[in-house]
Design a protein around this ligand. Structure first.
Ligand SMILES: Cc1ncc(COP(=O)(O)O)c(C=O)c1O
Length: 445
């Protein structure tokens, strides 16, 4: 059988509705046929350095036979079986055991999902369930931050703090409250009190939101350690320690959305490790399998687990997905973690992150590069019309991304920021190529 042509593949694609599709973004889609290492290969013969590791997730890189074999071996034995209470399977039990205390010492129990949105939806339900079991059913609200991205199920959409995701899907799901992000470059300095740091001011806004809503009505705060889709926003170092204290003070659970920051992306295995802080609930997805299978999860503390385990039948945990604990996905998760540990991908991110950051920082000489920021191999280059006014320039950011793609470099525009989140296996020479291509594009403007 002859391989379909590029044109035939594009014609076939007309029958697909894509995420975030509009006519402008999908006129001439790239058809990706193959991946190897940090590179993607298209059906019309192009080679592209994928500086986004897919969607922040292909941390172990493309073309890993070891992961394909893990899937094959598990699928030929048992691809799937119900994982509802009363049954389990080998890889989901083994992965759950492996993850007990792995991300943070106090989180020992995992609820599996197929992705980040499902994980966050589950986290909201876990928080509500927990407070109902504690005899406080009125504690149901979730405080989130602006610029947050938590996914696309209806609840996760309205936990998300980016208006574009809400506009065509209202009315809003009630119970989600947003406050300003800890975004030093764009923080409203009139909100900062005399002698106060931006990190503490941003945390205080959460405290004030809890007080305004009434602490007896707030179930949880959800926060990404680094806000990815909202613009690769790295908070000040004193933000999360203070936020943890506030949550403790008002008996509010802290949900860490580590869908992007988990599994070594920021140079630590998990994002809050940078601050010595632990969440009550952790959500993860993406790089747990390096994207080789859809898998996510929510991890919970012993206190929350006890609330579920001690429930009478009338209050039982009526939540679960067909694919919770999918056998083949969990087998790939185990094999991927083995690779990440063997190749110390978190250590690589810690080592090469500053190298990438230093390379990108050279671009600050351009008048439209407002800020370069990042943590580990997760970096952002914010594009502005003018360094003084810091007016965001989404159109220019889009143009730069398009010109980079024409030269074989894939980045992604998040707000007015170009995001860089390459596979963690990237080499220094490949980082040089990324930075050189971006610099050449900026030079050409
Ligand atoms: C921080 C964060 N949370 C949740 C999600 C949603 O994950 P998914 O697309 O797997 O549902 C994403 C996706 O990019 C994310 O970045």
């Amino acid at each position: 059988m002859t391989a379909p042509t590029h044109q035939a593949l594009q014609a076939a694609d007309k029958f697909q509705l894509h995420p975030l599709q509009n006519p402008k973004t999908h006129t001439d889609p790239l058809v990706i046929e193959r991946g190897e290492g940090v590179y993607l290969y298209t059906s019309d013969g192009r080679k592209i350095l994928d500086a986004m590791a897919g969607l922040w997730n292909v941390s172990a890189g493309y073309g890993r036979e070891e992961l394909a074999k893990a899937a094959y071996e598990q699928m030929t034995k048992l691809a799937f079986t119900s994982n509802f209470a009363g049954m389990t399977n080998v890889p989901s039990s083994q992965l759950a055991e492996k993850l007990a205390g792995y991300c943070y010492p106090s989180l020992k129990t995992t609820f599996f999902t197929s992705g980040g949105s499902e994980s966050n939806d589950s986290a909201f339900k876990i928080a509500r369930y927990h407070w109902k079991r504690m005899g406080k059913p009125e504690k149901y609200k979730i405080i989130a931050r602006r610029n947050a991205y938590h996914g696309i199920t209806l609840a996760a959409t309205f936990a998300t703090g980016i208006e574009r995701y809400h506009k065509m899907f209202g009315p809003a799901v009630p119970g989600f409250v947003h406050v300003a992000a800890p975004y030093p470059y764009r923080f409203d300095m009139s909100l900062v009190r005399e002698g106060e740091s931006i990190g503490h001011a941003a945390a205080r806004l959460i405290e004030e939101a809890i007080l305004a809503e009434g602490p007896d009505t707030v179930a949880a705060v959800i926060a990404e350690p680094v806000q990815g889709v909202g613009g690769v926003i790295v908070p000040p170092a004193d933000y999360f320690p203070r936020l943890r204290e506030i949550c403790d003070q008002f008996d509010v659970l802290l949900i860490a959305d580590e869908v992007i920051t988990g599994w070594g992306r920021t140079g630590e295995w998990f994002g809050l490790k940078h601050y010595g802080v632990e969440p009550d609930i952790l959500t993860f997805a993406k790089a747990i399998t390096s994207g080789y299978q859809p898998l996510g999860g929510a991890q919970i503390s012993d206190a929350i687990k006890d609330a579920i385990e001690s429930a009478p039948e009338a209050e039982m945990w009526m939540h679960g997905y067909t694919y919770s604990g999918h056998a083949a996905a969990c087998a790939v998760g185990l094999a991927n973690l083995a690779i990440m540990e063997r190749e110390d991908l978190a250590g690589r991110s810690k080592r090469l992150g500053p190298y990438l950051h230093a390379g990108l920082s050279k671009l600050l000489e351009f008048p439209f590069v407002g800020e370069v920021r990042g943590q580990g191999l997760l970096c952002g280059v914010e594009i502005v019309t003018d360094k003084e006014t810091r007016q965001p320039d989404m159109a220019l950011a889009g143009r730069i991304a398009k010109l980079c793609l024409d030269r074989g470099l894939r980045t992604r525009v998040v707000g007015s920021t170009l995001a860089f989140s390459p596979p963690l296996i990237i080499t220094e020479a490949e980082i040089d190529r990324m930075v050189e291509t971006l610099g050449a594009v900026m030079d050409s403007l």
